[in-house]
Design a binder for this molecule. Structure first.
Ligand SMILES: *[C@@H]1O[C@H](CO)[C@@H](O)[C@H](O)[C@H]1NC(C)=O
Ligand SMILES: [Cu+2]
Length: 248
């Protein structure tokens, strides 16, 4: 019996590892772009996405991998204009509780020397809970008023817009899912891609919209370390980070 349940536990762990996820492709200004394929480091396919190692979660706000899941460079970049749509596609996703965050960062120059350091990250989109405000925190994962739950079904896509009037240049775009289904044990899933923004815009968010990554959150924040099974806590949720900047 013990032997069987130990095997069961191992099988469960393996299933859980396989059950996480990552952004695996994009649709930007109507054009499809394949992403990097994790689990195969030998794959040197030219893509717009910064490479990431596997589907496993990052477990801390201060982990250096929080920035781009360890990815530092990509050989290609997409092109988009302010107002264009950017859709991220996840090949698999299984967690129904937690926020979706979409960030951008203006590179000072070439992508090859753009490391995403400093307080230059700004949010262009976010989604949290939009249900009845009664059952924000549930005991079990299941479809709910969390936007992230929609990624669990057939449509594993999330669409945002490049902010209107955004100044042209080389930008990183970072899609982040924070899974909150394990009490007090948030899991972060961020991936980054490279986009060259065109046009003659002049708008840039000011400092009140910007943050560093890592740095925008702390492991003790009430919207990061969530006792998901505690129904006595206020049933409201504020997405972490600075306010969303939607452009000029
Ligand atoms: C940043 O911009 C917002 C909106 O335009 C404005 O309300 C705010 O005062 C500005 N903050 C700083 C630090 O300039
Ligand atoms: Cu997972």
């Amino acid at each position: 019996m013990l032997f069987t349940s130990a095997l069961g536990a191992v099988a469960l762990l393996a299933a859980e590892a396989a059950a996480h996820g990552a952004v695996t492709s994009y649709i930007i200004a109507g054009k499809e772009y394949p992403g990097y394929q994790g689990f195969s480091p030998a794959n040197s396919k030219n893509v717009i996405q910064r490479q990431w190692p596997d589907y496993n979660p990052i477990m801390s706000c201060s982990d250096a991998k929080l920035r781009c899941n360890g990815g530092t460079s990509a050989t290609l970049s997409a092109t988009a204009a302010p107002g264009d749509e950017v859709t991220a596609v996840w090949q698999q996703w299984t967690h129904s509780q937690g926020p979706i965050l979409v960030w951008m960062y203006k590179c000072p120059g070439d992508f090859s020397s753009c490391d995403g350091s400093g307080s230059g990250w700004f949010k262009i989109d976010e989604a949290g809970f939009s249900g009845d405000g009664v059952k924000v925190f549930l005991d079990t994962e299941r479809p709910s008023g969390w936007k992230i739950a929609e990624l669990v079904g057939g449509n594993k896509k999330y669409t945002s817009r490049i902010p209107r009037g955004l100044a042209p240049g080389n930008y990183l775009i970072r899609h982040e899912l924070i899974a909150l289904h394990q009490a007090n044990n948030p899991q972060f899933y961020p991936e980054c891609a490279q986009i060259t923004v065109t046009g003659s815009g002049t708008a840039q968010p000011n400092a009140s919209y910007k943050a560093a990554i890592p740095g925008y959150c702390s492991n003790t924040d009430s919207n990061i370390r969530v006792p998901i099974n505690d129904h006595s806590i206020p049933q409201t949720y504020k997405v972490p980070g600075p306010p969303v900047w939607t452009g000029a």
